[in-house]
Write a protein that binds this ligand. Sequence first.
Ligand code: DAT
Ligand code: MG
Length: 139
Amino acid sequence: MATNKTLTMIKPDAVKAGHTGAILAQINEAGFRIVALKMTQLSTAAAERFYAVHKERPFFGELVEFMTSGPIVAAILEKDNAVADFRTLIGSTNPAEAAEGTIRAKYATSIGENAIHGSDSDENAQIEGDFHFAGLEQF
Ligand code: DAT
Ligand code: MG
């Protein structure tokens, strides 16, 4: 995966609430191209691996429980400056602090159940993209 890509997951809260279509439309309208896309559900082991960097945090157990609580929609997205521009599009981790119009401001309900993930670096975009998608699934 080149450095103009990022990895997103529409989280179980937003999928359950029926926001998948609206969120994908907002992502497309912001100029991102969908490189790979699927609905899936994380196992406990997979969620623990994806969020391993947070394993010492007090919220880790809750995070894993939430992320495995229902289907997610994972996607690789491509755009110039994808990682930073996508973090801007989704807004702050805490929806109370997320800028108006951002995906988290619109769809997140709490800091823990915050509707969507976006990679935080080019290196992690590569790792997270390869976590979810084989090479032949990336277009
Ligand atoms: P982000 O998802 O904005 O990159 P992060 O990497 O700091 O945020 O944390 C990963 C996820 O963990 C976040 O989306 C929701 C959860 N989380 C973070 N801080 C939390 C907190 N203080 N309480 C509960 N959940 C939290
Ligand atoms: Mg993060």
